[in-house]
Write a protein that binds this ligand. Structure first.
Ligand SMILES: NC(=O)c1ccc[n+]([C@@H]2O[C@H](COP(=O)([O-])OP(=O)(O)OC[C@H]3O[C@@H](n4cnc5c(N)ncnc54)[C@H](OP(=O)(O)O)[C@@H]3O)[C@@H](O)[C@H]2O)c1
Length: 361
């Protein structure tokens, strides 16, 4: 396969840095263009990031001297990339304007931002779960007047821990879900060392997160029509979201109720046998297996399990009966990898596999 040239919008930020790490040895994608705010424009990447490198692994040598560009250099961007990943932190209207301008310049955008997760013709993709929703690109291209350009978004990082575990259980008649998420500080673009208020503390509020946890899954599980997604009607989801003093990894405590009685062995079998287009097509970032169930009573834990299968796998544990609901269990995913940069890279691989992303040179 010929290599795709890739730009990163928001390259100096927490998620952008993770893109830089994950793309350094990617077999299909090569970084050719970095973009950040006017603060960073014109600087070498290492200088623009300065002492703000927030990853455990060091900054790759190869990228240190790359010049960071601004969002106002569209002609240069068009000449330098086949598509861009977006992880920019901007006000909603300005962000929509920017990403649509890039798509209208015939450059596909795979975005981490929440601004367009409810735009009817913008696919909200989890590659293992709703790969067919990319068909919405046809209707979106009509609206934008593009031949090549489009925008695809990925869901909120917290739902990536529990939606994969719930997906194969929907065939049993999943009626109600109660979920509490325990979310790492990196999900707020922070590190524990620069957030004193978080030390020895739990904050029982993350703005907008409970609504996203309750509604985004229904769009991911929704039915594709020509120009939009009909939301799934079930399950009803109630959620609480806590910020906890953990560096990386969002956990979820999940309670489920089914329409009819089911055996725990059926649940375990569905998790074990879950298969998807991403796995079957051997996409480079697809974890094998996607879902892993831990038999140990005290796993999964962020400290030991968050990076399992290069941070792309979903870890599940502690399945047991519940006296009020039917069953309860625990999930874990890496918020910056599966929940952000890695999930976007896998989405791009899916779009290549489906023929939506092509090279321009
Ligand atoms: N952190 C997570 O776990 C996570 C997970 C999923 C999705 N997300 C989403 O991903 C996005 C980025 O999050 P983050 O945590 O990486 O944020 P962040 O660390 O604050 O980084 C923000 C990035 O946006 C750039 N930027 C800000 N204003 C800009 C402008 N006017 N023009 C161009 N670039 C601009 C910054 O450049 P400078 O360095 O030059 O200022 C930086 O590269 C957010 O929308 C967030 O909600 C985050």
């Amino acid at each position: 396969m010929r290599i795709f040239r890739v730009g990163i919008l928001g390259a100096t930020g927490h998620v952008g840095q993770r893109f830089v790490l994950l793309l350094q040895d990617h077999p299909w994608f090569e970084i050719t263009h970095l973009i950040a705010s006017p603060r960073s424009k014109g600087k070498a990447y290492s200088e623009a990031v300065g002492d703000g490198w927030r990853q455990d692994e060091p900054m790759p040598e190869g990228v240190k001297k790359y010049i960071v560009h601004g969002t106002d250099e569209m002609a240069l961007l068009k000449d330098s990339v086949d598509f861009v990943f977006s992880a920019v932190d901007m006000e909603k209207d300005a962000l929509i304007q920017l990403e649509e301008a890039i798509a209208k310049a015939e450059i596909p955008v795979i975005s981490n931002n929440s601004a367009m997760r409810w735009t009817p013709d913008v696919p909200l993709i989890m590659p293992e779960i709703n790969p067919d929703h990319t068909q919405l690109i046809k209707a979106q291209r009509k609206r934008l007047g593009t031949k090549r350009g489009f925008i695809v978004v990925k869901p909120n990082c917290s739902i990536q821990s529990f939606v994969p575990a719930l997906t194969p259980l929907r065939e049993f008649g999943l009626e109600e879900v109660f979920v509490t998420t325990y979310q790492a500080v990196s999900g707020a673009g922070r590190r524990l060392s620069d957030w004193p208020e978080m030390q020895h503390n739990v904050i029982p509020f993350i703005s907008g997160e409970e609504e996203k946890s309750e509604w985004e899954p229904l769009r991911v599980w929704g039915k594709l029509t020509e120009d939009r997604i009909e939301l799934a009607r079930k399950p009803l989801i109630s959620s609480q979201c806590f910020r906890v003093p953990v560096e990386f990894g969002h956990m979820a405590a999940v309670f489920v109720r089914f329409r009819q009685p089911i055996e725990s062995t059926d649940i375990l079998m569905r998790w074990r046998d879950f298969s998807s287009v991403a796995g079957e097509a051997n996409l480079p970032s697809a974890p094998r297996p996607f879902l892993r169930y831990f038999e140990e009573t005290d796993r999964p834990q962020p400290k030991y399990d968050v990076s399992s299968r290069k941070g792309m796998g979903i870890s599940i544990g502690r399945l047991r009966e519940d006296p009020i609901f039917d069953y309860k269990f625990v999930c874990l995913s890496h918020n910056l990898v599966r929940g952000a940069a890695g999930g976007s890279i896998l989405t791009a691989e899916l779009l290549v596999h489906q023929g939506w992303l092509t090279q321009t040179k």
